[in-house]
Design a protein around this ligand. Structure first.
Ligand SMILES: Cc1ncc(COP(=O)(O)O)c(C=O)c1O
Length: 349
């Protein structure tokens, strides 16, 4: 792999105490090009603008997929990744659905590990802080004929992020808009899925909500996922979460939390969840907690959920599962606790 180092680091220009999510990028990036039936020219270059044709297919047909993952620093300044193989596999699952060229594990891993080693000084240290990693593939062929591209770019960007101490959120259950449909691309991390969600999310914000809870497109009677998070509900002392499907992203945080919760002897049911079940549980005081889970926030507790003219408020104010599970997960990710599941991978030694 060819490595071209930045002539000067921008590290000292970044205010690590006031990082806004995804707004700062490290000194370097990884790039590889797919052309003539193979991935070529894997390289690390200084972080810089791309020169590309305005006729590149991605700009017209949105043929693009991405991943989101994080690197963490342990107390000895060693850098670690959390289940990176899952992101690599999911990137290729997304690429296949969008009829794009996937990236072999060797290219993904070599690019990722080398880039992280070069920019390891950018991995923030301390509770909840991390380096967000954005691998993505897009259609770079210069033609606006509406068919699959034969050329792609695979890139990895790194962005330091601060501790995600968000306030609890209030979400609105979708009863008109849909994010995904059967047979569609909902399970893929396709750029267009997010583009299509921004308008309904903005309308929900104007009504005083932070995000939308997506429901099944056919009936709007089953809750599915929210924004960039899968969802979990605590009904009584059980956690319930929807099964992943062709409409729902198979979140790595979700499946990790299911395992952690079960290992803490919390019962977890993976099954379809009706909106009506939440309304009934709420009326009986049994809807104790709801939380979103995803790479960005790990867990984002929800204090209220709106559905039409009803508002469900979560009854559990203390000793919440969300806090306990988040603490366990962060301990594993930052190597502050035992990783009995073998999920972490060391990057720098
Ligand atoms: C639509 C959607 N659902 C769920 C998630 C959570 O997935 P993960 O835990 O792998 O970050 C994400 C974020 O990646 C997402 O974009």
């Amino acid at each position: 792999m060819q490595i071209t180092k930045a002539s000067k680091s921008r590290l000292s220009e970044v205010d690590f105490d006031n990082l806004s999510f995804g707004a700062n990028f490290t000194d370097h990036m990884f790039v590889a090009d797919y052309k003539d039936g193979k991935w070529n020219d894997a390289r690390i270059t200084p972080y810089e603008p791309l020169v590309m044709s305005p006729g590149a297919k991605v700009l017209h047909y949105g043929q693009s997929v991405f991943e989101g993952m994080k690197a963490y620093k342990d107390e000895n300044d060693k850098v670690w990744l959390f289940r990176p193989d899952e992101n690599q596999k999911r990137l290729n699952i997304s690429a296949e659905r969008l009829d794009m060229q996937g990236v072999p594990a060797e290219i993904f891993n070599e690019g990722l590990f080398e880039l992280l080693k070069i920019d390891s000084d950018w991995v923030p240290k301390g509770k909840g802080r991390s380096l967000y990693i954005r691998p993505f593939i897009f259609a770079s062929e210069e033609t606006i004929v509406a068919s699959s591209s034969t050329e792609f770019k695979f890139m990895i960007l790194l962005s330091p992020v601060g501790a995600y101490f968000s306030n609890d959120v209030k979400l609105k259950i979708a009863d008109k808009f849909s994010r995904a449909a059967n047979g569609g691309v909902g399970f893929a991390k396709a750029g267009g899925n997010y583009a299509g969600s921004f308008y309904p999310a903005r309308l929900a914000k104007e009504e005083g909500f932070d995000q939308v809870i997506w429901t099944d497109d056919a009936t709007h009677t089953f809750v599915e996922e929210a924004g960039v998070m899968n969802l979990m509900f605590r009904i009584g002392d059980k956690i319930v979460t929807a099964p992943t499907s062709e409409r729902i992203l198979d979140g790595i945080t979700r499946k990790s939390l299911i395992e952690i919760a079960r290992s803490e002897n919390i019962e977890v049911e993976v099954r379809p969840i009706k909106v009506q079940e939440l309304l009934d549980a709420s009326a009986k005081g049994e809807l104790k907690e709801a939380f979103g889970c995803g790479t960005a926030a790990v867990i984002s507790p929800i204090y209220a959920i709106g559905h039409k003219d009803m508002l469900m408020e979560m009854s559990q104010k203390e000793n919440r599962y969300s806090e306990m599970l988040k603490a366990k997960m962060v301990e594993i990710q930052t190597k502050a606790g035992e990783d009995k599941f073998g999920w972490t991978k060391q990057v720098t030694f």
